[in-house]
Design a protein around this ligand. Sequence first.
Ligand code: NAP
Ligand code: MG
Length: 497
Amino acid sequence: MTELDVAQEFAYAPAPESRALVRIRDEYGLFIGGEFVEGTGEPFATVDPATEERLATVATASAADVDRAVQAARAAHNRVWGPMPGAERAKYLFRLARILQERARELAVLESIDNGKPIRESRDVDVPLAAAHFFYHAGWADKLGYAGLGADPKPLGVAGQVIPWNFPLLMLSWKIAPALACGNTVVLKPAETTPLTALLFAEICQQADLPAGVVNIVTGAGDTGRSLISHPDVDKVAFTGSTEVGRSIAQTVAGTSKKVTLELGGKAANIVFADSPVDQAVEGIVNGIFFNQGHVCCAGSRLLVEESVHDEVIERLQQRMGTLRVGDPLDKNTDIGAINSAEQLAKIRRLSAVGEAEGAQRWSPACQLPERGYFFAPTLFTGVSQAHRIAREEIFGPVLSVLTFRTPDEAVAKANNTPYGLSAGVWTEKGSRILWMAARLKAGVVWANTFNRFDPASPFGGYKESGYGREGGRHGLAGYLRPSPGGASPAGAGVRA
Ligand code: NAP
Ligand code: MG
C-alpha cells in the first residue's frame, strides 16, 4: 500500500462547524452615529466564496453618507471620546475585547462563511488575535504618557480607515483598537467582499454601550474608500491593501495635514539553510505560503533554499503538501479553504500560467477540488529565476516559487531583490547567522525558525513599496498620537504627508 492509498483508506469523515451559530440578515445598512441607517449608494451583494451563494445585500455609502459618518465621528471625538480620561476609555476597550471572546465562535463561523478561510484558522488565529489587540490596547489607554511621545500626547481626531478582505476582523482590530485607545474616533470601510464581521462588530459596539459615533462602519467599494480618505475633516488615514491603491492614496493626501500609515503588499523570502531542522522548516514553509490560502501580505511566497539541500527539502515539502486538505472552509479538518473571490482566483490562475510559460516547473499534489466555489490547489514552482514574474509579483494565493542560493551573501542579495520589504524568514540552527541575516534583510519583520507569528505587542509594517508606519506595539501608538512638547516619535512610526 502506498502512502497515498493509506491516506485514502483512513480518510477523515466530514466535521463541519454549525452554520446555525450565525444569523445573517438579508440586508445590512451602514453603521453611523451608533445606529444602522440606509445608504444612498447602489447596494451590493456579498457571497460565500465556497458555494458562490449570495449571503446578504449590503448598503453602499455614497460621498454624502461618508460625510455623515465623518461628522458623527467628529462630534463624538469633540464631545465624548477625546475629553474622556484614558482609564475610562480602557473600560470600553476591555468590554469590546471580552465580547469578542464571548462571541468568538459566532465571529469565526461568520468570517469563514464570508471570506472562505478555514474555520480552524478563523477560530484559532483571527478571532483570538482580534480580541488580543483590544486587550493589549485597553492596557495602553491610560498609560499613553509612557509611549515615548512626551508626558501628555494628544489624539489626532478622526481616523479614516480602509482595510482589505484577507483578515477582515483582524485588520479591523489592528485599526480600531489603537485608534480608540489613543482617543481618536473612527470611520472604517471594510472590503466589498467581506463586510459581515465588521457589521457584526458594529452590533458589538452597541452591545458594549460604546458612545454613539466613536466607531462608524461604512460599506461599499473603492469609491467609498476614496471618499473617506479624501474627506477634508479626516485627520488620519490608515490603509491596508495593495501597493497600487496605497500609491494613489499617498498622492491624494500629499500636501494636506493628514497623517498617514500604509500597510501594503509583499513578496517575502523564506530562507532555508542547509543546517536547518528540515522537518520544522517544511512546516514553516507550508505555514508561510498556504496559511489563509496564501492571501497574506507577509506570506513566504519565495522559498530560497540552500542548493545542497534543495532536492531533500522539495521532496519532503511535496510529501507534506500531499496531506493538505482543500475544501469546505467550515470543516474543522480543512487546511486550505476557498479563494476569496472569482477575480482573485482568475489572478492566481493567470500568474500561475505565466510561471509555466516562462519556463518554471509546476507541481501540485493530487487533490480533488469541490465542484462549486472558488478553489485552487496548493502549487509549487521549482526552477524559478529572479527574473520570472512569479518571483517578482505578489500572487496572493497558494503558490510557492522556489529559488536556490549557495552563500549567505547570495541569500541576502536575492531576498532583498524585490520592490517590497514586509517580512522574511530564516531557518538555521546558528543564532549568530540569524542575527547576521536579520541585520541585512530589508524587511519590517524577520522571523527566525518560525513564520507568520503575530502579537499585538510587536510592531508590524514595511520597507520600500510595502508601505510606511507601524501597527502594533508602542510604535503603532505613534500613528494615532500627536507628541507633546519634548516627546519624540519612535523611529519609523508614521509620516506626515
Ligand atoms: P486593495 O484592492 O488595495 O483594497 C484594499 C481596500 O481599499 C479595500 O477596502 C478596497 O475596497 C479599498 N479601495 C480600493 N480602491 C480604493 C481607492 N482608490 N481609495 C480608497 N480605497 C480603495 O487590496 P485588496 O486586494 O483588497 O487586498 C490585498 C492587498 O492587501 C495585497 O496587496 C496585500 O499584500 C495587502 N495587505 C497588506 C497588509 C499589510 O499589513 N501590509 C495586510 C493585508 C493585506 P474594495 O475591496 O471594496 O474594492
Ligand atoms: Mg464574501
